[in-house]
Design a binder for this molecule. Structure first.
Ligand code: UD1
Length: 344
């Protein structure tokens, strides 16, 4: 056993895939999750893939007393990964207080408890949303951050600042901020994947739900942008590759491989792929046609953003490996599995 890791929000999309990779790498995992956007069966999926059922505590990370009970019960936690957050951009515009309260209180509680319980390393789920619309692509970590366009995005920016302030104040912790680009796909086993609540706001779940017939038609938001095919460009990162970045980030802190108390890394492939190219890749790799139409731009969308992942490649020794076609196939396999299980 390499160490004991608390995965806050470990039942969700990225958290569940990261739990798998942590267990595969020899870490012991304790998941804390309030199941507000996930369900208990995720534990079965993780167990079927890894052969190990992680410890699970159903609690809300905003509940300080419950978190203290957790740390008292599971002694010797070495690191925390904080995935626990509300993440829907549109919803955050409707419910800003809920977003700020939830996302920031979770973070503040974890940061306050770390020194009390001797927890050394903290990995924070940040987002390329902190860059706003980039002046140049690919974008590096030292590019300026821009004012967030949603309360969701603002919570990521403020969270990054809070972590920096806490470390500057002398807290005996180390932290790594991972700025994810667009996480997509599912575990190749189709035992775990993304399970959005209600109508998906994100592209890939909407696309796979359309392909299987749950949705009638995919709307492509804008094909008149200043890009080669007129649709927006993103850096779509396979969720298993993304999960592995958390493992190396934790190892870096726990094994004292760096003198820096706070580091930030872009986690992306380095390739800009348009919405149209993503759709084409899905149809090509699966052989399934997706009914779609081109509609007006979605307000607030970034036109183009993709990562320069050189720092993560060189410093963390991490690199995205999955091909886009494999990633699309994994998303499709997961959607089909949901159908087999009668979920969707
Ligand atoms: C958004 C957030 C990001 C967050 C991510 C996951 C911003 C600017 N971005 O990314 O921080 O981490 O969600 O929650 O806040 N599209 C369609 N049709 C659809 C859905 C999407 O054409 O039905 C297009 C969008 O216009 C966009 C692209 O697909 O160009 C990707 O959209 P989406 O999956 O929602 O992710 P982002 O908006 O990039």
């Amino acid at each position: 056993m390499k160490g004991k890791i608390l995965v806050a929000g470990g039942m969700g999309f990225i958290g569940s895939h990261t739990t798998v990779e942590l267990q595969n790498a020899g870490f012991e995992v304790v998941i804390v999750d309030n199941l507000s956007n996930s369900n208990i069966e995720v534990l079965d999926g993780i167990e079927r893939i890894t052969g190990v059922r992680p410890a699970f505590v159903k609690a809300d990370c905003t509940d300080m007393a419950a978190m203290r009970r957790l740390f008292d019960e599971y002694k010797g936690i070495n690191g925390i990964i904080d995935f626990a957050a509300s993440k829907a951009v549109g919803e955050s515009m409707q419910k800003p207080i809920m977003y700020y309260r939830n996302n920031l209180n979770i973070l503040l509680n974890l940061l306050e408890l770390m020194p009390e319980y001797g927890v050394k390393g903290f990995v924070f789920s940040s987002s390329c949303t902190v860059y706003g619309e980039p002046d140049h692509n690919p974008i590096t970590e030292d590019a300026p951050t821009k004012k967030a366009t949603s309360p969701y995005g603002a919570t990521k920016q403020v969270s990054e600042d809070i972590i920096a302030d806490v470390i500057r104040s002398g807290s005996p912790i180390k932290a790594i901020l991972l700025r994810y680009f667009n996480p997509i796909g599912a575990h190749p086993s189709a035992e775990i994947g993304e399970l959005p609540n209600g109508v998906p706001a994100n592209l890939v779940p909407y696309l796979t739900q359309t392909a299987i017939g749950v949705r009638k038609e995919l709307s492509i938001f804008g094909n008149d942008y200043d890009t080669p095919d007129g649709t927006c460009i993103r850096d779509f990162i396979n969720v298993v590759d993304l999960a592995k970045a958390h493992v190396v980030a934790l190892e870096r802190m726990l094994d004292n491989k760096s003198d820096e108390a706070l580091e930030v890394f872009n986690i992306g492939t380095g390739d800009g792929v348009s919405v149209q190219q993503l759709l084409d890749a899905f149809e090509r790799s699966t052989g399934v046609k997706v009914p779609h139409k081109y509609v007006a731009r979605r307000p607030g969308d970034i036109v183009k953003i993709w990562a320069d992942p050189k720092k993560a490649n060189e410093v963390l020794g991490w690199k995205a490996e999955a091909t886009l076609d494999d990633t699309m196939l994994s998303a499709w396999k997961w959607q089909q599995r949901l159908r087999e299980r009668g979920i969707m």
